[in-house]
Design a protein around this ligand. Sequence first.
Ligand code: DP6
Length: 362
Amino acid sequence: MSAFDERLCVTCSAPTNIATIKYWGKASAELNTPINSSVSVTLHQDDLKAITTVAASRSFSKDRLWLNGKEEDVESNKRLTTVIKLVRALAGDKVDAKTGEVLVYKADWPQYHVHIASRNTFPTAAGLASSAAGYACLTFALAQLFAACETYDGELTAIARQGSGSACRSLYGGFVRWQKGERADAADSIAVQVADEAHWPELRALIFVASAAKKGTSSTSGMGTSVATSELLRHRAAALVEPRLAAIEAAYLARDFAGFGRATMVDSNQFHATCLDTYPPIFYMNDVSRALVQAVHAFNAHHGAIRAAYTFDAGPNAVVYTTASDVAQLLAVMSRAFPVPRGAPACSDAALAAEAAAEDVP
Ligand code: DP6
């Protein structure tokens, strides 16, 4: 007889998100809290998701994880063990939704271990942050499995934050703020939805792959060096981000693309300026990224208005926000500016892939 009960198995998916006002720098590495609040758009697209299955059984001898088909060590991964521990602590009685039978009493959960299998649907070449979707998905899937109950609103986002900061924002759709929080225990360093996914149906995000190579400096280590050395980052967190957050949230709520786009580009540029101000400097953008910045400004100058807005995370690839009516023209301009060499794969290291994926944000 198998000791595995498939009613103790849950599969969930979670989307990624792209910040328009960036998180860069930790106030506490231990609690994974940020030095400034941030805000992002959640990308609801089937090929930009994490899909995670979690199963619990008394017969499992330890917690185990398979990431994209490869087993990873759980014990040595502090972020992972923290997330599992924190969701477990919220576990409740697990009831079969159909029959009402109690499958696991709250008190019995310590006898169960979990197996986790997670994969990303991200095109490998896109090099987009996958930890945000991954930890959001894991936190949510475990919460379903353990019948976890939040003790306050946003508690699951505070747990996902401890897997990867940006992950807390992926638990909501639409436009989402991660507020840095003030409390010593960081219980208020949570994600809050500013506007839901139905709020701005015309908004689009285009992804341009400038390089398929794996990034050289991880976000975690890059922001550590920036906090230690960049005076610009200190000034940014202390004085510049809060007014920009207020402005971009108001613009998003008013569906004011020019206001939204300007704040997005200014913040991306400032984030990369803090990377240059870091000692030794960190270079995430490359020549193709910079050419794309110029192409977007030329597009906007041609229209006499901000109709497209780029943002770059910790890598050279761009996400360009625009609205539905401008997608075709923007893609045409970009394909002319960055032709994909004949016979080259769509995502080429040598040139920006003009075959950008147009995607519906909501
Ligand atoms: C540039 O969330 O990946 O994408 O908390 O150390 O896991 P950790 O960092 P991570 O950093 C994301 C940085 C960013 C900006 C952002 O998403 O806000």
